[in-house]
Design a protein. Structure first.
Length: 364
């Protein structure tokens, strides 16, 4: 088991990762709750796989679990209200400790409830997807969607503890699992060449969910996310590097109305585009871009590029508010393990790269 410390303004917290962490979760939570009531929160789907085990571990420690739907469409204020009212019903006071057992949706919703219920109660994340273990459970971003847009209402609210057990990923559907791998590749490109090399050799083992491979990539990814958010908790600078591939990804998700891609898949395509843009801007060598593209392909086949004009994708990026005086801003790789933030690029150059990505032969 590894301990990774995250600094936050309201007190630092630890991420414990490794197999067997789940088994320790109850006693760790009990210690932190110091006598206050403990509530387990999860979704019916996650509970179907893990509820019996978690309830056994928390017997005598926690109240009956509160379950809510974890589809993206249910990540909203109505769900928040329902959960808060169930907490009132169950007698939760300001000493309460909420334990979020699930993926990013469960974590974001429960995190926001913890930030606002009784003006803030204790929060522990038990992430059960690869995305949640390497990304969403770390850093204190919580929130829900509005019909007008994703994550429009939220708060920075650090947990007291994160318990990431790779064993919980056994039951994750393959497509969800692969989605998380693209975010792991992102950590390799933005700051960990050793992780990237490990993935180049060990992708097969990782796809097979071999414990040794999973332990390694979860720990290395969590270390990076922890390092970045510790230095920039409220997203004023350094945290931007986590957006590598994401300007393209958000545009891809938005023009396809969030139906065609899993977020991680859009990030996979986005990282290919950002690497090609890095080459076009003279920042990255073609050989390094080729390595990045090859590693992304090794995860499996990605849904194809959407059948929309490159200019429409660029318009979606411009609507994403990352523009300055008409130019778009990107995080672009300089080499594997190092990126440059805030690179301003003319929209026409972005259009050229997108055309090459989406129609490689036609462009040549
Ligand atoms: N707060 C942040 O910093 C941050 C970062 C990245 C993503 N997010 C958010 O996270 C959400 C995506 O999270 P996600 O990718 O973890 O997916 P998810 O929470 O949508 O879960 C995906 C699916 O897997 C199921 N599932 C979860 N764990 C399982 C398990 N162990 N076994 C079987 N099934 C399981 C869920 O029920 C769900 O159907 C998005 O809403 C995104 O906005 C937040
Ligand atoms: Zn992402």
């Amino acid at each position: 088991m590894k301990r990774i410390r995250v600094r936050a303004a309201n007190g630092s917290y630890e991420i414990l990762c490794g197999r067997g962490v789940l088994a320790r979760s109850a006693s760790s939570v009990q210690r932190l709750a110091s006598g206050g009531p403990v509530f387990l929160l999860s979704s019916p789907r996650v509970w179907h796989h893990w509820g019996a085990r978690v309830e056994r571990l928390f017997r005598g420690i926690s109240r009956a679990a509160i379950l809510f739907g974890d589809r993206e469409a249910e990540k909203n204020l109505e769900t928040v209200e329902k959960i808060c009212r169930q907490l009132v019903d169950a007698g939760a006071d300001r000493r309460a400790m909420l334990v979020a057992v699930g993926g990013g949706v469960v974590g974001d919703v429960v995190g926001f409830v913890a930030a606002s219920y009784a003006r803030g109660v204790g929060l522990v994340h038990v992430p059960t997807t690869l995305v949640a273990q390497v990304d969403s459970a770390i850093g204190g971003k919580t929130g829900v969607n509005l019909p007008e847009g994703k994550n429009m209402v939220g708060a920075f609210y650090p947990p007291r503890l994160v318990l990431a057990d790779p064993d919980m990923l056994r039951t994750l559907p393959l497509r969800e699992y692969r989605s998380g791998i693209y975010e792991v590749i992102k950590y390799g490109v933005i700051g960990d060449e050793n992780l990237f090399r490990f993935l180049e050799h060990g992708m097969r083992d990782l796809l097979l969910r071999k414990p040794s491979a999973l332990d390694f990539v979860i720990e290395r990814s969590a270390v990076q996310k922890a390092r970045v958010v510790s230095q920039d908790e409220h997203e004023s600078g350094l945290r931007e590097i986590l957006n590598f591939g994401h300007t393209f990804a958000h545009a891809l998700e938005s023009v396809t109305r969030y139906r065609r891609y899993q977020h991680g898949e859009a990030v996979g395509l986005g990282m290919i585009a950002a690497s090609n843009l890095g080459v076009a801007q003279g920042l990255l060598s073609p050989a390094a871009a080729e390595r990045i593209t090859r590693l992304i392909a090794a995860v499996g086949s990605l849904p194809s590029w959407p059948g929309v004009a490159a200019a429409r994708l660029v318009a979606a990026m411009q609507a994403d508010k990352k523009t300055r005086a008409g130019k778009l801003r990107f995080v672009l790789p300089e080499r594997i393990g190092k990126v440059r933030c805030g690179v301003e690029v003319e929209p026409s150059a972005v259009v050229r790269v997108l055309r090459e990505c989406a129609f490689p032969r036609a462009a040549k």
